[in-house]
Design a protein around this ligand. Sequence first.
Ligand code: ADE
Length: 223
Amino acid sequence: MNIDVFTLFPDWFHWFRGQRHVRNALALGHRLETVDLRATTPLSAGQVDDTPYGGGAGMVIRVDVVEAALAARWGEDAVAGRGRRRVIALAPGGRQLDEALVQELAAEEELALLCGRYEGFDERVHDQLATDVVSIGPYVLAGGELAAMVVCDAVLRKLPGALGHVDSALEESFSAALGGAPEYPHYTRPASWRGHEVPEILRSGDHGRVREWRAEQSRRRLR
Ligand code: ADE
């Protein structure tokens, strides 16, 4: 998978790229690269935003700035280019990210993630340059960078080999193996801590009963 993150703050992603499951994914041949929206701006002095029509506080990232960055990256017209890949604008008002959307995105060959700042993007970025507008939750962040990292984190760990343990992604919260339910509780040593005991079933060695108990716990968390 190839992921390009379009941002005004490419440095933010240096740390993220160094995290283990991201490094694993990169070592497997996947790509995660940042594109600085300021580098290709057609405006002078690195300008990328402008005041909103109609008045009001804050600045809005210009559609021609995003267009130039996409066109330079893809080597083709940005409107034509969105027909060939998933282009996701991160914004608080978008479709909320959930496991189904993560699965969908993990199946893509290529993703472009557009990180807004200030008051966000000119609406024509959402309408004409993006294929999707995605939110990571009903709250407002200072920009789309952390949201893009959340998307990358959730998507990259789905790629075969990115996690150390193959099983960890199979039977996890919201997976098909658990019927879309949250995952069952986990315990490890010590068996007793401040009078709080690990459920006896988990220490019984009876794999059938453990499986049934976990499935039931998982179902209960749905309610
Ligand atoms: N940008 C600002 N807030 C956001 C959110 N909640 N989700 C995605 N992008 C954002």
